[in-house]
Design a protein around this ligand. Structure first.
Ligand code: URA
Length: 188
């Protein structure tokens, strides 16, 4: 039952059958992750919303469309990167993940990161950033810096969540800068 040694099929099965927190009672289905399992760039979001819960794929709603545009700005698409969330199941009403939900789900994400072994990780939004870095600092203070994530010290940057950018389009320029910085590191 320890995800840290699982291969992709075992990990997928473990997520599909997970009942580690109450979100299993309200989900339509789990949302595992999507994209290239050999990706150089891994995007980490918060949790499935209503459309992701319906389709079983991360970032397929309005925010997902903007994420696709953000990736296109650096010449990438969702088939080239790997996209996953902190939570694999939708929190009812899209509330923030609860600490016990994030910690129950964490081994799955950590195993996804280890299996993909990307060169760069990008946390989109407050929830994944604070969760992965163990901080309560705002995205505005976390972006524009490089952090080291996990046992392999993968370079990780933080940027705004596309849902936030839909509400605050004046911040888009900063998000674009963050993507360019990730792109530059990938090009090195
Ligand atoms: N927002 C997220 O953080 N993840 C998704 O998969 C969809 C919306």
């Amino acid at each position: 039952h320890d995800p840290s040694a699982m291969d992709w099929p075992a990990l997928g099965q473990a997520v599909r059958s997970c009942r580690a927190c109450d979100l299993c009672e309200t989900r339509t289905q789990t949302v595992f992750g999507v994209g290239n399992r050999d990706a150089e760039l891994m995007i980490i979001g918060e949790a499935p919303g209503v459309e992701e819960d319906r389709k079983g794929e991360p970032f397929v709603g309005r925010a997902g469309k903007l994420l696709d545009l953000m990736l296109a700005a650096i010449g990438l698409d969702r088939g080239r990167v790997y996209i996953a969330n902190i939570l694999k199941c939708r929190p009812p009403g899209n509330r923030d993940p609860r600490p016990e939900e994030s910690s129950a789900c964490r081994p799955f994400l950590m195993r996804q990161i280890a299996l993909v072994n990307p060169r760069v990780v990008l946390a989109v939004g407050r929830v994944p950033a604070q969760n992965l870095l163990g901080t309560d600092e705002a995205v505005s203070r976390l972006r524009g810096r490089w952090f080291e994530l996990g046992p392999d010290s993968l370079p990780m940057a933080v940027t705004y969540h596309p849902s936030y950018l839909l509400r605050s389009p004046e911040q888009k320029a900063k998000a674009w800068q963050d993507l360019q910085a990730a792109h530059r590191l990938l090009a090195e």
